[in-house]
Design a protein around this ligand. Structure first.
Ligand SMILES: Cc1cc2nc3c(=O)[nH]c(=O)nc-3n(C[C@H](O)[C@H](O)[C@H](O)COP(=O)(O)OP(=O)(O)OC[C@H]3O[C@@H](n4cnc5c(N)ncnc54)[C@H](O)[C@@H]3O)c2cc1C
Length: 351
């Protein structure tokens, strides 16, 4: 029997397994999907933290300060570790003055971590906890399970788009609770993007390209006439609000003057053109354009409650989106928390 069992070969699980092997342990890595990488492989690859801890606290005021402090203080070292393992850095700037971090190529990072983590057994979901061996739950949250999303996040769960790998369905959450773990704060919160509506589904290669990230330049309203004004740079608040509107839909009405505004590397006009080309409902008026959007869920932010050693229950550790309560009230890098707590879970489990 191996020294450690890791369930999930995404960011948290691969970091945990690679760290455990580096410490000389034998590790079994099992993965539900037909490929390793989870949502990390689909991501933009920015692994980041807030520039200062006070900003992290004010952006995510409901998060556990001890867990936040750990991510904040250990991320830079963890990023150096990735580089020392051989992960090529694509950018050393996040482009956001509030944050610092590095951008990795998701495929190169996945391949490197798989090589360091040892063999990954594909199509092998963890169904029950083994006896006599510590486990790291790294199954990536519960956004893929509609009933759990309905229970914890929104009654409009059936209308949400899934903007993530299809296998993260709350297996870690269920197993951790059954082992005596408890729920974190912020079970109803998630990170996602508003996407064009229709299409009813978006292929993974369009997850980033079709995101409609300009609520700050629009009048946002729901079908029932409710209005919303975004107050966050990440626009996570407007996406969570949209998820609670009828059909998980909203309309962005954008004045023509806002079309040339830039959001990261694209203009508002370009994002609307991408929505139109994908079949989204776009109405061009005399002085404004209306775009219908639907909330898409990328990762749940609530999960198992963990301590500073990533422990969720005796012999059971959780990392990545299986561990909740870090970003509560806002948004922080999911890859960063997964990397830091994946490494830490392996170290604690082997002690
Ligand atoms: C389009 C997109 C862009 C993103 N961009 C960024 C970004 O730039 N920066 C950032 O910080 N975050 C980003 N994210 C979010 C980031 O990808 C996640 O926060 C991160 O991958 C979470 O890590 P994880 O290990 O918890 O989950 P994952 O990386 O998804 O890994 C979970 C793994 O567990 C497997 N699994 C599920 N159930 C079981 C089971 N029962 N047994 C075994 N295995 C199981 C899954 O198949 C999956 O492989 C993005 C996500 C997407 C989709």
């Amino acid at each position: 029997m191996a020294d450690l069992l890791v369930a999930g070969a995404g960011m948290a699980g691969l970091a945990a397994a690679a760290r455990a092997r580096e410490l000389g342990a034998s590790v079994d890595v099992i993965e539900k999907g037909d490929r390793p990488g989870g949502s990390m492989l689909l991501s933009s690859g920015f692994i980041w933290r807030y520039r200062d801890f006070e900003r992290f606290r004010s952006e995510c005021p409901g998060g556990d300060p001890e867990l936040q402090r750990i991510v904040h203080e250990r991320l830079d070292h963890a990023l150096d570790w990735l580089e020392e393992l051989g992960a090529p850095v694509e950018e050393r700037d996040t482009g956001n003055p509030l944050t610092v971090g590095r951008r990795f190529h998701p495929r190169a990072l996945t391949e490197l971590l798989v090589a360091r983590a040892g063999p990954v057994r594909l199509r092998e979901p963890l169904h029950e906890l083994p006896e006599g061996v510590p486990v790291v739950l790294a199954t990536g949250g519960f956004q893929g399970d509609r009933s759990l999303v309905r229970e914890h996040v929104t009654p409009e769960a059936d209308h949400l788009l899934l903007r993530a790998n299809p296998w993260s369905c709350g297996d870690g959450l269920r197993l951790g609770l059954a082992a005596g773990g408890s729920l974190s704060e912020g079970m109803g919160e998630f990170y996602g993007r508003n996407m064009p509506a229709p299409p009813a589904s978006v292929p993974p290669e369009d997850f980033v390209r079709l995101a409609q990230l300009y609520a700050r330049h629009a009048h946002v309203e729901s079908e029932s006439g409710e209005r919303f004004e975004t107050r966050t740079w990440s626009e996570i608040d407007v996406v969570q609000w949209t998820a609670h509107q009828p059909g998980a839909r909203a309309r962005y009405v954008v004045p023509d003057a806002a079309l040339p505004e830039r959001v990261r590397e694209r203009t508002v006009g370009e994002m609307i053109e991408a929505a139109e080309a994908a079949g989204g409902r776009v109405e061009r008026g005399d002085s404004a354009t209306a775009v219908e959007v639907v909330a898409a869920i990328t990762t749940t932010l609530g999960g198992l409650r963990i301590d500073g050693s990533a422990r969720a229950a005796p012999g059971v550790f959780a990392a990545g989106a299986d561990a909740g309560g870090i970003s509560t009230g806002g948004y922080s890098s999911g890859l960063a928390a997964a990397l830091v707590f994946g490494r830490l879970a392996a170290e604690a489990a082997l002690r």
